[in-house]
Design a protein around this ligand. Structure first.
Ligand code: F6P
Length: 361
């Protein structure tokens, strides 16, 4: 059987289950097939630094990873080799240098674990410099259209649902309106799933620009029925119909300070309409941190093993995916072409509306 020497990296925001993918790849490729797997630190960056930041991964060095959150390889969303920050506000293309380093290390190709941005970089590396890649999709937002689910999503939904359960008891005790902001800049999947699972009264998602009057009416209608508290889940990218949100980012030193949020905007609009005691919780990175739930551990393991099988079969250029319950693959080119948001006719949206959840539009 042919032996291989491949690189593996994680790019973009982390997600519960990244380590489980790395573990599965190493256990199968190194432990069973006797290949060499080289871990590259911080997305593509570890290959560009001098000295290179690389690790020879073995089943022994990957022990205890299945349940561990984050990524042992580190990650970054500032690691596009085609547009690397040059330190003086501009960008420089270091992709040629990267390809040369990959070849110098004797790597036949890369397993690239990341979201659409990282997959697009991998594809460009293959198209422009002939570096073979196999993709493993990752995002807690579950917004990659090519796969039914990404690992990390269900873990994030569990965390958000647990937060809703906790908010419920205190909201009920104090007759308050509780707003929980969850992640989802462009897609409202976490808000939708957690909202249905956590029994929210209102769900606010980026795909449905809202009319705050409808949420105010919902709060009043609940009060009339003797329900003096209301639970609202807000995706971070949600905005009112008029688009007027409170400023959410302020330039700060070399980065950005995250200030008011989508939930704060809605809280302000609600207090202008109803005499209510409103509290806001921004769940933030708690959704990304921590270990994966059992489902995500299984999916991540299946994805890792399938990625190795793709390389074994010479199917470079493909990305693994879950399709109608089966782990298969799709060309990365097709996978990054489409983004999945909550479309108006999605069945879960209809189910949520059927049980009385208000979406504001
Ligand atoms: O894309 C995943 C995601 O979790 C988004 O939902 C969120 O807007 C973003 O990452 C946050 O990124 P950062 O960790 O850079 O703040």
């Amino acid at each position: 059987m042919a032996t291989h020497r491949i690189g593996i990296l994680t790019g973009g925001g982390d997600a519960p289950g990244l380590n489980a993918v790395i573990r599965a790849v190493v256990k199968y490729a190194v432990g069973k097939l006797h290949w060499q797997v080289i871990g590259i630190e911080d997305s593509f960056n570890g290959m560009l630094d001098a000295p290179r930041r690389l690790h020879d991964l073995t089943p022994r060095s990957c022990q205890g990873l299945l349940h561990r959150g984050g990524t042992i390889l580190g990650t970054t969303n500032k690691g596009d080799p085609f547009a690397m920050p040059d330190g003086s506000g501009g960008h420089t293309d270091r992709s040629g240098e990267l390809a040369a380093a990959i070849r110098a290390e004797g790597l036949e190709g890369l397993i690239v674990i990341g979201g659409d941005g990282t997959q697009a970089i991998g594809l460009r590396l293959m198209d422009t410099h002939g570096i073979p890649v196999v993709g493993v999709p990752k995002t807690i937002d579950n917004d990659l259209s090519a796969t039914d689910l990404t690992f990390g999503f269900i873990s994030a939904v569990e965390t958000a649902t647990d937060a809703l359960d906790r908010l419920h008891t205190t909201a009920e005790s104090h007759d308050r309106v509780m707003l929980l902001e969850v992640m989802g800049r462009d897609a409202g999947w976490i808000a939708l799933w957690a909202g249905v699972a956590g029994g929210a009264d209102c769900i606010v998602i980026p795909e449905i620009p809202y009319d705050a009057d409808r949420f105010a009416a919902k709060i009043k209608e609940r009060r009339m029925r003797g329900r003096h508290f209301t639970i609202i889940v807000v995706a971070e990218g949600a905005a009112p119909k008029d688009g007027n949100t409170l400023p959410s980012e302020v330039p700060h030193g070399i980065g950005t300070l995250h200030t008011a949020s989508a939930a704060h905007t809605l809280a302000k609009l609600l207090t202008e309409r109803v005499d209510v005691d409103v509290r806001t919780t921004v769940l933030g990175h708690l959704q990304r941190g921590g270990g994966p739930v059992a489902f995500d551990r299984v999916l991540a393991t299946e994805f890792g093993v399938r990625a190795v099988e793709l390389i074994n079969a010479g199917q470079w250029g493909d990305m693994v995916r879950l399709n109608k319950g089966k782990v298969t693959s799709v060309p990365i080119r097709d996978a990054v072409a489409e983004y999945r948001t909550v479309e108006e006719n999605h069945p879960l949206l209809a189910v949520a509306r059927s049980v009385g959840i208000e979406f504001g539009g």
